[in-house]
Design a protein around this ligand. Structure first.
Ligand code: ATR
Length: 280
């Protein structure tokens, strides 16, 4: 008997060498017994649509999308899920004939990591999120669905934080207070502080007062694999003992995509364990 032909998936980006997605999805396929092949696809900056067209013609079933193509994928999709519409960006696509279904699983992956893996329920808590770019935008509705007491968006460019706060407040199903402020206007202590700014990519410290951290709270950097970032170091110096980076979010958003494609949800613990970089 011949082996079945694997269904083909890929992650597309530029650059793409650094992507952990092939490792993660190959591990998920082994765990769940799915026959699939998952590769890296490099596309020129002006060549997203042509590369995806070619992948689909060759029988590709679905794709993850990483920088800088999340907006290209948004434009390419024929069917945008609410998560992608709210995020204004796409990180997973599924191909069915001439239909291109598009999702954004980053926010739901973050919330699953917080609530399930890190045992940090958000309901009734004060939550602060740093940054008002794409990462924050994707996280807002999943965070609000957990019914925190309050969600504050803080950003250097205050107008961007305010615009996102208004957008999120209008689109949420509940009535959680959402505000957008500048760093100097922050008041009080937060139970959960999330760094969704890109500061950790350049090893910069956001202008965050250490007084926002409660010692029993959680400080979470959405960046993955940078160790103890300046943000996490500030939290540690302020007495926070529960520190985390985005490794769990990375695994959980991948698990969401995998379940969407294959109809089976993999356990993420082994992948998170393998990809964890110590916070030192
Ligand atoms: P992404 O899609 O990764 O969120 P982005 O859309 O470029 O990236 O947004 C980056 C966010 O990080 C912005 O909110 C930016 O703040 P400004 O809007 O004021 O520029 C924020 N950011 C980047 N570097 C920062 C730093 N050193 N301190 C604080 N915020 C920073």
């Amino acid at each position: 008997m011949t082996d079945p032909i694997p269904d083909r998936y890929a992650v597309i980006g530029n650059p793409i060498e650094q992507s952990k997605s092939p490792f993660i999805h190959t591990a998920f396929a082994q765990l769940t017994g799915q026959v699939m092949d998952y590769s890296k696809l490099f596309a020129p900056l002006d060549g997203f649509a042509a590369a995806v067209d070619a992948f689909r013609v060759s029988g590709g079933h679905g794709m993850n999308v990483t920088a800088p193509f999340k907006l290209d994928a948004f434009a390419y999709a024929t069917h945008l899920a609410p998560s992608a519409q709210m995020a204004g960006a796409v990180n997973a696509m599924k191909f069915e004939g001439d239909k291109v279904y598009a999702e954004n699983f980053d926010g739901v992956g973050l919330v699953r990591d917080l609530v399930c893996n890190l045992q940090c329920p958000l309901q009734g808590r004060r939550v602060l999120i740093l940054g008002a770019g794409g990462a924050t935008r994707g996280a807002l509705l999943p965070l609000l669905a957990e019914q925190p007491a309050e969600l504050v968006i803080v950003n250097r460019t205050v107008a961007k934080a305010q615009a996102l706060a208004t957008l999120a407040y209008q689109h949420q199903t509940g009535k959680v207070p959402v505000t957008g402020v500048g760093y100097e206007a922050l008041q009080g202590v937060f139970d959960v502080v999330l760094n969704a700014s890109s500061s950790s990519l350049t090893a910069e410290l956001p202008p965050l007062p250490a007084s926002v951290f409660g010692t029993g709270g959680l400080a979470y950097d959405l960046t993955y694999g940078k160790g103890l970032t300046p943000f996490l170091k500030l939290a540690q110096q302020a007495g926070v003992t529960h520190l985390a980076d985005g490794v769990g979010m990375l695994a959980e958003q991948a698990a969401e995509a995998f379940a969407w494609w294959r109809g089976i949800r993999p356990d993420t613990a082994a992948v998170i364990h393998k990809l964890t970089v110590p916070l030192v």
